[in-house]
Ligand binder design. Structure first.
Ligand code: NAI
Length: 705
């Protein structure tokens, strides 16, 4: 055997997963085949009293199925054939005549958890790396090796739906609480405690796991079960577009099979899984997973990772950044204008931590420890050890430059200085600095605690060392940085702003706020453009629109209605309770004041709205490639998915364009160009791609020559 070892000692068989030349254990076809062979070897051995499944890898039990193998399968039939083979092997494991125990010390994910569920018992260690989850939903499918069948039998319907539909991971303590594992202990006590557990299992002394009384009651009767399904469906609908099938289908499979015998349920699960795993949506979700992996590894480990930072500016973004660094680094110094500001900063940051305490991912004392890392000043002092300083003050070139000058005069010559500007050119911001090689843009997204993406924007002077150190810093703080070229709006804002602006043009031509928001939300955006403008802040959006207008000229005019909203009505959005919508504590309604002077009787089709708002972004994305602001279409897809919520299952904006057909997009853009002018003028690259019958996946040589 290459990957699994069987050892039989004192009547106890142990199968150890230790994939050859791999850091993690995965369930590839080869590994499953080896497992099958071993099970055949031991299934009729009457001398064996119990079987243990364990891993020789540090911090990993089994991390899941081999995604590459799933990705390579093109048809549902192909998937089904493989899945059924896997099911047969797990069934064989489940029907062994002696107790079977999964010893989980480390990550136990997806197929790994399904393997563990096919054992009679599960024991997990309290190792911080021990996590149990069904993350499949994030790849566009759901557990397909019996997970939707065995989990409800072990932990009940409600807990299974929660784990399967969210993909969240839980630690050993929580797993014990919901009955997913039977015992937990420290890995250091393995020899004694596992042996004791084995003996108890042989003697049939392990008590049945208990599902909570209330859950049991709710799950018992068909009428209350229907209520559970209904509530679950509603909560999926709130969060997930109908076009993304995985959670809807998972719910349907669980609903259909809850009372069915395992052998029937498994077939229903395998059929539904096979359909999903062969879809384009799932392939795109897998592509996204790989992009996350790639960008998260994209740095060279340094001898001296940054651990000590200064943050200047403490508005929405500054507070988020302070919170982030306090969570991951050793020291965070805050430069205030007035000392009194510290009260509100403490409050906001404690509030950000409170959700971690609620979720029990941090204890109160851990939060206190993190808050104690904060120190503050109202002058540029106490910054001698600073390795990295970031500014997040208002979007004003002169004010920002003043800060950089002060920082350069104060900090050590090796310290890195960064700006969180959302649109001002980094070249311009660094123009008066002496040490330009240590300066760059580090553009976080709002809210910092939720958004994984960060754009790193070097100027022509920024050194490779600086970029690498900042990448390392951000990745160590759980963020995923991408490198983008220096241009107004960088990538995400440059592409997104025309979308918001176009929605405003359509509005003043006679559509209405509700319709436009609904059409684009139904398309798959996390919220409509007007809700988004209100959420980000109309003041912020307007400033970015002005900067883009100044930089790109008549190609990016500001829709007149936005002038009215910002300059005349002085609306700033949800934070002040008034924007395109009026907000109160519980609900929002349309703010009619915005469209008072306009006649809102023109009908726009959904297609017209989508074409104008989405194709204008595609065109801008194409321009970014044409101008080499980024090197690959992948980076744009990734940025728009993680920075704006562009539907990931559509593969990001340029995969979506490929699927619509670049020819169709070009024809529509030409038509819109003739009607509305320059803002729809097709990018040269787009024209070239169509001429060469290429697309954003196949035509790389057309922008990378
Ligand atoms: P904000 O208006 O909430 O906060 C700005 C803060 O800067 C305020 O606390 C203000 O007191 C302080 N400030 C102003 N002038 C200062 C000075 N000379 N020295 C020290 N502090 C000063 O603005 P927000 O939204 O936090 O934006 C900050 C920066 O981050 C801007 O450059 C913005 O473009 C950028 N950004 C904003 C995003 C957003 O969605 N709000 C997203 C990404 C970047």
């Amino acid at each position: 055997m290459k990957n699994l070892n069987l050892n039989i000692e004192n009547e106890i068989a142990t199968i150890t997963f230790d994939l050859v030349k791999q850091k993690v254990n995965k369930l590839s076809f080869e590994v499953l085949e080896e497992l099958n062979t071993l099970l055949n070897e031991i299934k009729n051995d009457s001398s064996i009293k119990a079987l243990i499944l364990q891993s020789a890898k540090k911090n990993i039990f089994v991390a899941g199925a081999d995604i590459k193998e799933i990705e390579a399968m093109k048809t549902p039939n192909e998937v089904f054939t493989q899945i059924i083979k896997g099911d047969d092997i797990f069934n064989k494991l489940e029907s062994l005549p002696y107790p079977t125990i999964a010893y989980i010390n480390g990550a136990c994910m997806g197929g790994g958890l399904e393997l563990a569920l096919a054992c009679k018992y599960r024991v997990a260690t309290t190792n911080i790396k021990t996590k149990l989850a069904f993350p499949e939903i994030k790849l566009g499918f759901f557990p397909g090796l019996g997970g939707t069948q065995r989990a409800p039998k072990v932990i009940g319907l409600i807990n299974s739906l929660d784990l399967i539909l969210t993909g969240k991971s839980i630690n050993a303590k929580k797993a014990l609480r919901i009955g997913l594992v039977d015992e937990i202990f420290d890995d250091g006590q393995k020899e004694f405690k596992l042996n004791r557990f084995i003996q108890k299992s042989i003697n049939k002394e392990i008590k049945n796991k208990k599902i909570s009384f209330v859950n049991k009651l709710l799950e018992k009767y068909s009428i209350t079960r229907e209520f559970i399904y209904y509530k679950t469906l509603k909560s999926i609908e709130k969060k997930v577009n109908r076009d993304f099938n995985a959670p809807y289908m998972a719910l349907e499979v669980i609903k259909q099979t809850f009372n069915k015998p395992l052998n029937e349920g498994i077939i229903i699960e395998a059929k539904a899984f096979s359909k999903l795993a062969a879809t384009k949506e799932s392939k795109y979700m897998i592509e996204l997973f790989y992009l996350f992996e790639k960008f998260n590894k994209n740095f060279k480990k340094t001898q001296d990772p940054i651990s000590n930072v200064v943050v200047i500016g403490n508005g929405v973004m500054g507070k988020g950044i302070i919170w982030l660094f306090s969570k991951f680094l050793k020291e965070v110094r805050i430069k205030l204008r007035k000392i009194e500001q510290m009260n509100s900063i403490f409050k906001s940051i404690s509030k950000l931590y409170s959700s971690s305490v609620k979720r029990r991912s941090l204890s109160k004392s851990e939060v206190e420890f993190k808050l104690n890392k904060l120190s503050y000043t109202n002058s540029f002092d106490g910054m001698n050890n600073t390795e990295f300083a970031i500014e997040a003050i208002i979007e004003d070139e002169k004010e920002k430059k003043d800060i950089f000058k002060n920082l350069e005069d104060t900090l050590d010559k090796d310290a890195i200085i960064a700006s969180n500007t959302s649109s001002i050119s980094i070249e311009k911001l660094s123009s008066e600095l002496k040490n330009k090689k240590n300066f760059l843009g580090v553009h976080f997204f709002n809210p910092v605690n939720m958004m994984p993406l960060v754009e790193i924007i070097p100027s022509t002077h920024t050194s490779k060392k600086t970029i690498n150190r900042v990448r390392e810093l951000l990745i160590s703080c759980g963020k995923t940085p991408i490198i983008v070229g220096d241009c107004a709006g960088f990538i995400v804002n440059r592409i997104l702003l025309p979308y918001l602006n176009e929605a405003a043009f359509i509005l003043e031509e006679g559509s209405n706020i509700k319709k436009i928001d609904k059409v684009l939300k139904d398309f798959g955006m996390p919220m409509g453009p007007f809700t988004l403008a209100d959420t980000v802040g109309i003041d912020i959006g307007y400033k970015v629109a002005e900067i883009l207008n100044n930089s790109y000229g008549p190609r990016m005019p500001i829709a007149p209605i936005l002038n009215r909203v910002y300059n005349e009505l002085k609306l700033s959005g949800a934070k002040k309770g008034k924007g395109f919508y009026l907000y109160n504590k519980f609900s929002k309604k349309i703010n009619n004041e915005v469209t008072d002077p306009y006649n809102l009787n023109r009908q726009f089709t959904d297609e017209q709205i989508i074409q104008r708002c989405i194709y204008i972004m595609i065109n801008e994305a194409s321009k970014c490639l044409e101008e080499k602001v980024v090197k690959s279409a992948d980076i744009i897809n990734f940025a728009m998915i993680t920075g704006t919520g562009f539907p990931p299952y559509k593969g990001g904006i340029l995969n979506y364009a490929n699927d619509v057909g670049l020819n169709n997009i070009l024809t529509t853009l030409n038509d819109l160009y003739s009607r509305y002018g320059l803002r729809f003028k097709p990018s040269k690259l787009l024209i070239k791609l169509v001429e060469h019958k290429k697309n954003f996946k196949t035509g790389e040589e057309l922008w990378n020559f």
